[in-house]
Design a protein around this ligand. Sequence first.
Ligand code: NAP
Length: 367
Amino acid sequence: MKTFVLLGGYGGAGRALAPLLLSETNARLIIAGRNQEKAQRLADALAVGHPGRVTAAMADAAQPKSVEALLQGSAMLIDLTPNSARSAAMARAALEAEADYLDIHFQANAFNELAPLACDFEARGRLLITQAGSHPGLPAALVRAAAQQFDQYHSALVGMALRMRVENATTALELVDEIMTVRGALFADGAWREARNSDTRTLDLGPRFGLRMCYPMRMVELEPLPEALGLRETGVWVAGFNPIVDWLLIPFMLLCGKLSLRFARPLLARLFTWGVNAFTVGEPGMSICIEAVGLRLGQPATCRIVLDHPNPYVLTTIPVAGCLLQYLDGEIAKPGLHIMGQAVNPRRLLKDMARMGINVSVEGLAT
Ligand SMILES: NC(=O)c1ccc[n+]([C@@H]2O[C@H](COP(=O)([O-])OP(=O)(O)OC[C@H]3O[C@@H](n4cnc5c(N)ncnc54)[C@H](OP(=O)(O)O)[C@@H]3O)[C@@H](O)[C@H]2O)c1
């Protein structure tokens, strides 16, 4: 029986992932973070239905040795903290403890931090899985799932929308950092390029969000796919939050980013939290879809998949659990660096996600 250490295990993502891992696998869990009491409270609640499988511990990503000590004898460190800047230190701590590593960090730059560790992980026979979750996590998996439908693959557009309250300051700061520093990107006319203002798209994001204007964002996981799959056009487009955030705050953040006003980040994070929480209307939820076009048996063909859940944390952690099922039974086994969306068996992931409770609607995909 393997043990997973869930660092940040009693945060939003951790509270959604831990019960899934208990019901979907036979792994033991160590719920960890900087607050022993909070970790213990969650471990006690989870242990009710799963005696002997959940414990709690204190560990701080700022002190890698505390994480390394906790990992002795464990199979994997699952990093659910908002500390993407410490992902390399966490991965190294896992390696030192002879454990594998998985994170759900969404920052486009986090991959660059981990890439130099690929050879060390490979040499030590360990796996480093990064960018797990829904965004990142699902776009590349959806593009690859749809690919199996076409003899010639032309276009794969991924759209997504998220409606939830921003509850914590660190997450707000992470989002503001990403908006200020990372330009949207898309693949068109045979090359990746930075997005322009005119590159918005109106996409049908399914019943929860309907037709929405979406803005291109950069997703590292898609970058090798045009060449691998012969695509002419691909990218990820994300719907806005509400008119105040989209038309006032985000342009202001972009301007601050252009002027490198990094000192303004905490203020912008507070404004962003206020803008999202005060002006977003409607029930929380998240949808992610793909519209794919190509040729099948010489005829034009399309494929559309929509994934939806009322709880964005659940839509983020079910794919992580699906990825871990493939890790546990050896479908993802090659030592070295993996990006989740590129590593998973995408058809199996779709089936597992539907079974675990995501609303999966598929049109034009042969089973
Ligand atoms: N890939 C995706 O689809 C996706 C989607 C959503 C979010 N995310 C990522 O997931 C991260 C977590 O999101 P969340 O909403 O679950 O955040 P959250 O609710 O704030 O939870 C963060 C957890 O990390 C712990 N933590 C923070 N700093 C720590 C440190 N230095 N050492 C150890 N533990 C630490 C926190 O506990 P203490 O503060 O008590 O230590 C808490 O348990 C986000 O920041 C984002 O990067 C990814």
